[in-house]
Design a binder for this molecule. Structure first.
Ligand code: 4NP
Length: 157
């Protein structure tokens, strides 16, 4: 059975589409495409329809990661479409918790930090929107760590 994973941040133009593209690349490298479906969304809908932030796209491209996602806002039906909904920070987590229609839906919400293995100092993925280039590099480093953990879980299942 396929597992459906949704990454969620605020705008869906920086962190969560990068997580989606990063996990997709690692999944393809490990031939796990048949095991997982990946998407991303934002708690804020102001960027809906936009391509990802060009700063995030170029930082990702430098690591061989192509980002083609168009932003969309998370919606209640995502709780039935997805098995795991992974929030980038506590604000995203709380917004998802408020949107979840019932307890079963709430139990599908996770924090990305739960998947970090090599970055114990980070309890969230920092919003790079108002940061310089290093902010985007840091996001990609953290996403790679967590996405690698998700891939290892998929391989162990
Ligand atoms: P993201 O970054 O949540 O990682 O996509 C942001 C993008 C846009 C805004 C905030 C954060 N914004 O306020 O428009």
């Amino acid at each position: 059975m396929k597992q459906h994973i949704l990454f969620v941040c605020l705008g869906n133009i920086c962190r969560s589409p990068a997580a989606e593209a990063m996990l997709r690349l690692l999944v393809e490298r490990n031939n796990l495409q048949h095991r997982v479906e990946i998407d991303s969304a934002g708690t804020y809908g102001g960027h809906a329809g936009d391509r990802s932030d060009p700063r995030m796209r170029s930082a990702a491209a430098a690591r061989g990661i192509e980002m083609t996602h168009r932003a969309r806002q998370v919606r209640e039906e995502d709780f039935s479409r997805f098995d795991r909904i992974i929030a980038m920070d506590d604000n995203n987590y709380e917004a998802l918790f408020r949107l979840a229609p019932d307890r079963a839906a709430q139990q599908k919400i996770f924090r990305f930090r739960e998947y970090l293995r090599h970055n114990p100092d980070w309890s969230y993925i920092p919003d790079p929107y108002y940061e310089g280039h290093e902010g985007f590099e840091l996001v990609l480093d953290l996403l790679e760590d967590g996405c690698q953990t998700i891939v290892e879980e998929l391989m162990a299942e």
